[in-house]
Design a protein around this ligand. Structure first.
Ligand code: IPE
Ligand code: IPE
Ligand code: MG
Length: 255
């Protein structure tokens, strides 16, 4: 078991975790439902959008943490297909965040060898949001470190419907036989075709549901919930989630 040192703030807690985190059993793919921005702002007497801004800053912190632990893929749920229901002003604010985030942090992400990818209907995003994201994908495409996979305008049910439509088109065109429709074939038609299923899914803010996130891909994912609101979710808590993951026994239906 390989151990390593971290820049710990709380020495006592960290000393305990430091001795228990196994570097050879880090979840390869971590997915996070970054929830609670609105409530975080309300608690401070601020407008909801202030929570989204704070949440954006926390993305940087957790990306660094994931990179630190050599996680391979970090999928962050940033905006769901259902989030369009929110007031226009809030949606407009959220849509500007990727532009701001990339303007501020892209050089640092490049320096950290992070590769940006997305899942979701990026084509239907506002033009400026889409072009900032496309630029970031392009400029980081040769990086070989952490894949920062942003789920934006993402909905799992839509993803599955879209996959089935694609498959049916191929069947109609005679490229595919009905018997070729296997679990692997369906998975190959999802946005996530090129990445492994998440090993660990974290949801902040105390909600115990998936909210249309990676329904197919989380069949055997370990789930981890915390009451902490996303802007307050820290390096230490991320580490705790990994530590708990390492104490789980994954059986996949076996014994
Ligand atoms: C998560 O925080 C961010 C998005 C869904 C875009 P929320 O905005 O859902 O925060 P709460 O759940 O209302 O506190
Ligand atoms: C899930 O959070 C979506 C994101 C974090 C982007 P929501 O706040 O939209 O989920 P519900 O509505 O509470 O289920
Ligand atoms: Mg929410």
């Amino acid at each position: 078991m390989r151990l390593f040192k971290l820049p710990f703030k709380n020495k006592k807690n960290h000393a305990r975790l430091e001795s228990t985190i196994q570097l050879d059993n880090i979840p390869k793919h971590i997915a996070i439902i970054m929830d609670g921005n609105g409530r975080w702002a309300q608690k401070q007497g601020l407008p909801r959008v202030a929570g989204h801004r704070e949440g954006m800053d926390n993305v940087k912190r957790i990306v660094k943490a994931a990179n630190h632990f050599k996680v391979e893929v970090l999928t962050l749920y940033a905006f769901s297909t259902e989030n369009w229901k929110r007031p226009t002003q809030e949606v407009e604010y959220i849509m500007k965040l990727p532009i701001d985030f990339l303007q501020h942090y892209l050089p640092e992400l490049i320096e950290e060898n992070v590769r940006i990818q997305t899942i979701g209907e990026v084509n239907n995003l506002p033009k400026k949001t889409k072009s900032a994201i496309m630029r970031a994908i392009d400029e980081t495409s040769n990086n070989t470190g952490l894949i920062l996979n942003i789920a934006i305008n993402y909905g799992s049910r839509f993803e599955m419907v879209r996959a089935i439509q694609d498959i049916c088109r191929d069947v109609t065109d005679g490229k595919y036989d009905i018997d070729d429709i296997t679990e692997t074939a369906l998975a190959e038609h999802l946005y996530t075709s090129h990445i492994k299923d998440p090993d660990l899914l974290i949801r902040t803010s105390g909600e115990l549901r998936l909210s249309n996130f990676l329904l197919w891909q989380t069949a055997y994912t370990e789930l981890w919930f915390t009451d902490t609101l996303w802007p307050d979710f820290s390096f230490e808590e991320f580490e705790k989630a990994i530590n708990d993951f390492q104490n789980r026994k994954r059986r996949y239906g076996g014994i």
